[in-house]
Design a protein around this ligand. Structure first.
Ligand SMILES: Nc1ncnc2c1ncn2[C@@H]1O[C@H](COP(=O)(O)OP(=O)(O)O)[C@@H](O)[C@H]1O
Ligand SMILES: [Mg+2]
Length: 250
């Protein structure tokens, strides 16, 4: 019985390798074994974020009965893709967990664990409670409103929150947490740290795309967007604590 395998239960990396034939990169192993509450992963395109999220979700669901795991993505297409990572992983298991309920974006196991993959546009997302793990994939493209509305779900459950993303400019909660957040473990993975992205491919990408885009997509930099009139630094420099607010009318 898979769930009775103590080595796999205690170590998601053993589970990934032996049950899923998935050999995690060092940073993926770190994320899989990570034991804290708040993890920020600033990772380049194609580094393996969604694959890692899928393994994490499945491990928690199998070995922690009654867990609710929420996977949040910016769009319906992305939440379907992420959920497919989970179902593909389930299919690799030598013993199939009994599923009570299974649809395109969620599954419930016999041990009462649920994995739900939702687009951030879905209004019902706010109705969930007691999640033991929330993973926000491509978090830089999820709205602040959604982020601040899902955080309270963790208050009672004491659950874990993982934000994983490629940067998307100096804006939004992902940038704010990356630069100012105190309670996070932060990991940055650039294309140079990813063995599946070859130097030749990177060279070609660099020569093809605008520099700000390349640095954002592959080097984990929060670059300015082209439609930004004032740079982040110039706005920050223009702000001053020394000036009294203007008071009108009294
Ligand atoms: N540790 C790994 N070993 C082999 N292939 C991997 C590994 N991690 C990711 N991949 C593969 O790399 C590709 C990109 O992975 P994905 O998780 O979709 O990346 P991201 O979400 O960061 O863009 C996929 O084809 C995936 O199967
Ligand atoms: Mg992805």
């Amino acid at each position: 019985m898979l769930q009775g395998n103590l080595r796999m239960a205690l170590d998601p990396v053993v589970f990934a390798k032996e049950a899923l034939s998935f050999d995690p990169d060092p940073w993926q192993s770190h994320a899989l074994r990570w034991n804290g509450k708040r993890l920020l992963l600033n990772c380049c395109r194609q580094s393996g974020k969604s694959s890692t999220a899928g393994v994490l979700a499945l491990h928690r669901a199998l070995f922690y009965p009654g867990s609710l795991i929420l996977l949040v993505s910016p769009s319906l297409r992305q939440s379907s893709e992420l959920f497919r990572k989970v179902t593909e992983a389930v299919r690799k298991l030598s013993q199939q967990p009994l599923l009570h309920e299974d649809n395109k974006l969620s599954l419930t196991m016999e041990n009462r664990s649920r994995i739900v993959s939702l687009p951030s546009t879905e209004a019902t997302i706010r109705g969930f409670s007691g999640a033991s793990l929330i993973v926000v994939d491509e978090a830089a493209r999820v709205s602040d409103e959604l982020y601040y509305s899902i955080r309270p779900m963790l208050a009672v459950s004491g659950g874990k929150l993982i934000l994983m993303s490629t940067p998307y400019g100096k804006r939004g909660f992902f940038f704010k947490e990356w630069t100012e957040g105190q309670s996070w473990e932060k990991i940055k993975i650039t294309a140079h740290n990813c063995s599946r992205i070859s130097p030749d491919f990177l060279k070609e990408e660099k020569s093809t795309m605008p520099d700000f885009f390349f640095r954002s997509e592959y080097l984990g930099e929060f670059t300015e967007t082209t439609d930004q009139i004032f740079s982040y630094e110039s706005v920050q420099n223009a702000l001053s604590d020394d000036i009294e607010p203007l008071s009108l009318g009294d």
